[in-house]
Design a protein around this ligand. Structure first.
Ligand SMILES: [Cu+2]
Length: 479
């Protein structure tokens, strides 16, 4: 902040405090327009302020900065975030496709992760052959909305901002000068930014009873196994966005991270749990994404350990409320912005463009369903599964099949967690044991991920291990 303005704030604050402290009759300040009432204030605090010689207000250096040049030489960490607006065809549950709009050929777009105080240098590029202009409204920034205006095909635009506030923030296409924003967002042009607190995350306290039933506090380190869960809807007629349906709130499919029922069992799970790829573990969904032919779209499960600190970054990207609930568990802590909102709660409500961080521990080995507890949402795709620990006693099978040498604490060590639910690592992240390629990605994006060597392509691995797994199941007399 400009030094002269800073000095003015200081002088004004001292004048106000002086007038209040030394018994003057006027209580109305010209600065803030609020009344200071001595009887309402802590006398120790007032003494401290007087001893200090007044208040020194500290304001952010730049909270409305878009000048990349000045920010890039500010000494802050600069994080580049490059997005490309691309219209592509992507699958939907039911074996059909829809005309999607994406950032970087994936739905949701890439997750940005920075630390509070970092400078984000965001560039949006629209290729020549893109049919329409696109913009980007980044909720983590505090800059003029004019910066989000649309960019024409063949053009590119960069703006910079300081990520001043910790939390989870939506970003989304702002349409063509705001027109058709609904179409662009609900067709897939959305994602999140995670701004980690400058001082890191806090420990998780869970209150249980112990011994004869007395209350006992358990503390979990701030480091956690993290997932992102973004809820949205598709409103479609013949594979195209249907604004009439959106206006009437007639959801075609409810999606989590872009896919309806994307975190439900696949044929590999049928094999492991039922001993037969054709016998469905969860018949209620019909396993819409089963089959290795689905490649990156084959459904996967979210795996966690028991008694492990799990952190969920949840965003409602859509048009309907999300009643976030995990069947069989309790949300140990709910944080919005940087304030804890609730502890030990069954369900938490997120309106459109609202988010939360859920910190929790899965207590018992088992299967847990995450849902939008609106029944219309559940049965149209708003359901996915967590599996905690080894509820199916598969460790002996994995060992017999030669996949692992010693028992593991979750199936993530063997099958990996789905890439579209795993955020970039932060300072308080527990690394996922393995990550598989799963998500609403174009084939180009999935190929790049496979070539990077950082991900498991389960549609290639499972055929190789299916034989040894079947043999192991038989050897152990499971089926
Ligand atoms: Cu757009």
């Amino acid at each position: 902040m400009n030094k002269r303005i800073s000095m003015l704030f200081t002088i004004a604050a001292v004048a106000v405090m002086g007038a209040t402290l030394f018994g003057s009759t006027y209580t109305q300040t010209q600065i803030s327009g609020v009344s200071l009432d001595m009887s309402e204030m802590d006398i120790d605090v007032m003494d401290q302020i007087r001893n200090m010689g007044g208040l020194q207000l500290v304001m952010p250096q730049a909270f409305a900065e878009t000048d990349c040049g000045a920010l890039e030489s500010s000494g802050r960490t600069i994080v580049e975030f490059n997005l490309t607006g691309e219209s592509v065809t992507l699958p939907i549950m039911g074996g059909e496709t829809y005309n999607a709009m994406t950032f970087n050929g994936q739905v949701p777009g890439p997750t940005l992760r920075v630390t509070q105080g970092d400078v984000v240098k965001m560039t949006l590029t629209i290729p020549d052959d893109e049919a329409t202009a696109h913009g980007n409204d980044m909720h983590a920034s505090q800059i003029s909305a004019l910066e989000f205006d649309s960019i024409n095909p063949g053009e590119s635009k960069t703006f910079c901002y300081i990520a001043e506030s910790a939390g989870v923030f939506k970003y989304h296409c702002s349409g063509v000068h705001l027109f058709a924003m609904d179409q662009h967002v609900l067709s897939g042009m959305y994602g999140i930014a995670i701004v980690d607190p400058a001082n890191g995350y806090k420990k998780l306290m869970v209150v249980k009873t112990s011994g004869s039933g007395e209350l006992d506090r358990q503390f979990y380190d701030a480091d956690a196994l993290e997932f992102t869960l973004q809820f949205n809807q598709l409103y479609l007629t013949d594979g195209n966005y249907d604004m009439t349906k959106m206006m009437a709130h007639q959801t075609t499919q409810t999606v989590i991270n872009g896919m309806a029922f994307g975190y439900t069992p696949n044929i590999a799970h049928n094999l492991l749990v039922k001993g037969d790829v054709a016998t469905q573990v969860l018949p209620v969904t019909g396993q819409p994404w089963e089959g290795l032919d689905n490649k990156q779209y084959q459904s996967q499960i979210l795996y966690v350990e028991n008694d492990q600190h799990v952190r969920l970054f949840v965003e409602n990207q859509g048009n309907e409320p999300v009643f976030f609930h995990i069947v069989g568990e309790i949300l140990d802590k709910v944080t919005q912005g940087n304030r804890v909102q609730s502890a030990a709660t069954e369900t938490w409500l997120l309106g459109g463009s609202q988010n939360m961080i859920v910190d929790m521990v899965f207590d018992e080995p088992g299967v847990y369903a995450l849902v939008n507890h609106d029944y219309a949402a559940i049965y149209s795709g708003g359901l996915g599964l967590f599996i905690a620990g080894d509820p199916f006693n598969l460790n002996p099978v994995f060992i017999e099949a030669g996949l692992i040498e010693a028992p593991v604490a979750s199936y993530a060590y063997v099958l990996g967690n789905p890439s579209d639910a795993v955020p970039p690592e932060g300072a308080n992240s527990i690394a996922h044991p393995a990550i598989n390629i799963h998500g609403l990605y174009t084939d180009d994006v999935a190929s790049e991920m496979k070539d990077s060597g950082n991900y498991a392509a389960l549609w290639e691995i499972i055929p190789e291990v299916a034989g040894p797994l079947s043999d192991a199941l038989t050897a152990l007399g499971r089926f």
